[in-house]
Ligand binder design. Structure first.
Ligand code: 13P
Ligand code: SF4
Length: 323
């Protein structure tokens, strides 16, 4: 028993040490650490900014830092590099991918778009840089509706890669001419409608917060649908004291910090043993990897200059419209 307690203390000490070293190194190297809301609490706690994908790309575009260390997944770090090509962008785990981005491969998209030559391609930011290079305008879950509504009513649109976000936007904007790619995220597809209804019996006053990447059957149960930042904001302002949260579990950290008196319950996945509330890619980032990455200034995100130029237009168009 004593040994176990001692081990826990050592582990805590090492973690504290990493945080302190990271803090020193980031000052020395003029580095900004960006963390998505889905990172673990210890990563969020050492970051300079914690935000949703739109907020983080806005910061990446404007930062004066020499180094951007991205605690998130590959497409987010790539977006930062496209927006700040002269800066060194570091991603502590190069295998931190995204099942949704992977569901739309650039070669498959090229073939697919041959069927829709007169369509405007609107891509969710959860896509590879190669897909962004084939995109007319990017969007995130914060601004997708606004971006689609900015296009003429009769515009022919291909929306990709998320079928759930796509069908949600289609239902709001009433776009008839919108083709939606058939991709999905392994975390958001897994929430169980039956288990959320069951949970509501134990928490009858709880409000359901859902990310638009969830299936339509889950979104129907939601009191608030929005991006991670929008859900966080709602949980702060709403009078309700209990929330069932249908998005990746990392967001609960900021919700609980902002409203310690409220209760946040992660929405249960269909298979309770799968650990699906956690994005396995987001959770690949650890304090130790952040420390080593900052110390060695590697792994670095490298993208061909031509590809950067091609992908940049669609992201800049989105940022311009989000002001
Ligand atoms: P946000 O745009 O809400 O940050 O979401 C990104 C994401 O990966 C959702 O799964
Ligand atoms: Fe991608 Fe889903 Fe993870 Fe978001 S939660 S980064 S969409 S795999």
């Amino acid at each position: 028993m004593n040994n176990i307690v001692e081990n826990i203390n050592v582990e805590n000490f090492i973690k504290m040490d990493f945080s302190r070293e990271i803090y020193k190194l980031k000052k020395e190297k003029n580095c900004v650490i960006l963390s998505h809301f889905y990172q673990t609490a210890d990563i969020q706690n050492i970051a300079d900014f914690v935000g949703d994908s739109l907020q983080l790309s806005q910061i990446a575009a404007d930062t004066q830092a020499d180094i951007i260390l991205f605690c998130g997944v590959n497409f987010m770090a790539e977006t930062a590099k496209v927006l700040s090509p002269d800066k060194k962008v570091l991603l502590p785990e190069p295998n931190a991918g995204c099942s949704l981005a992977d569901s739309c491969n650039a070669n498959d998209l090229k073939e697919f778009l041959k069927n829709y030559p007169d369509h405007t391609v609107v891509s969710y930011v959860n896509t590879s840089v190669e897909v962004k290079a084939m995109t007319d305008i990017c969007c995130t879950s914060s601004n997708a509706v606004k971006i689609i509504e900015s296009l003429p009513k009769d515009e022919k649109i291909v929306f990709l890669p998320d079928r759930n976000l796509g069908s949600y936007i289609k239902s709001i904007t009433k776009r008839e001419n919108m083709i939606v790619w058939d991709g999905a995220c392994h975390v958001h597809e897994e929430f169980s409608v039956e288990k959320i209804i069951e949970l509501k019996k134990n928490y009858p006053n709880a409000k359901v917060l859902a990310h638009p990447e969830c299936k339509k059957t889950v979104l129907i149960l939601a009191d608030k649908i929005g991006s991670t930042a929008a859900l966080l904001e709602f949980s702060k302002k709403d009078d309700c004291k209990e929330f069932i949260v249908a998005t990746e579990s990392g967001i609960l950290h900021q919700m609980q910090l902002a409203s310690p008196q409220k209760t946040f319950i992660p929405a249960p996945p269909i298979d309770s043993t799968c650990g699906c509330n956690d994005c396995k890619y987001m959770k690949m980032i650890t304090l130790e990897k952040v420390y080593n990455t900052l110390k060695n200034e590697a792994p670095e995100v490298i993208i061909d200059a031509d590809l950067i130029e091609k992908a940049k237009k669609s992201i800049l168009r989105m940022l311009e419209m989000s002001k």
